[in-house]
Design a protein around this ligand. Structure first.
Ligand SMILES: [Zn+2]
Length: 187
């Protein structure tokens, strides 16, 4: 990884891993795909390798990311879906070519039409659509961290997960509580 770029926050769900390329939306936001090259890196890590990425394609990706965030947030709150976000999701889903292929080991891989960013975005858009449409086993929720409030997909058995990512938001919250308790007990 080139020095100086924020690392990626990877989860098990493609669409919300993608929205997590912008973290701390309600605090000091961290852009984790600041350059086209970092989007290429992120896509490669997520099994969607593309040959190149232009500034315009990075913009498309970010527009999709924010549209997924808006639609998933509305979904979590059981609000009406914002029409503009729905439009972007549908445009990205339909304007790319990708096919699911099965490996001999029984794993699913994505084969992109011409390895363009648009093809990769169509896979991410379709993933977001399946979550927002309620087709998958899980529940959309919002992270309890006030500086995050990211929409995430809770696949825990009890559907009571509070934080988008236990390793960051959850731990930070626990640490804050621990420090607060320490202060109280030392008074
Ligand atoms: Zn969070």
């Amino acid at each position: 990884m080139p020095a100086g770029f924020p690392d990626f926050r990877l989860g098990n769900v493609l669409a919300t891993s993608f929205t997590a390329t912008l973290t701390e939306r309600r605090g000091d936001a961290v852009e984790r795909i600041p350059t086209p090259h970092r989007l290429v890196d992120w896509l490669a890590v997520n099994g969607l390798a593309v040959e190149s990425c232009t500034d315009a394609q990075l913009e498309l990706a970010r527009e999709l990311r924010e549209s997924i965030h808006a639609a998933a947030t509305a979904g979590a709150l059981q609000d009406a879906l914002p029409a503009s976000a729905v439009q972007v999701l549908n445009d990205r889903s339909t304007q790319g070519r990708a096919a699911a292929v099965l490996t001999p080991e029984g794993e699913r891989r994505w084969q992109l039409g011409s390895s363009r960013v648009e093809d990769a975005l169509s896979v991410i858009a379709a993933d977001a659509i399946s979550i927002i449409a309620g087709e998958r086993d899980g529940k959309l929720a919002l992270c309890a961290s006030p500086t995050c409030q990211a929409a995430f997909f809770d696949t825990s058995q009890s559907r009571t997960r509070k934080w988008c990512d236990m390793n960051t938001c959850g731990n930070r919250q626990k640490k804050a509580r621990f420090i607060a308790n320490q202060r109280k007990s030392s008074l």
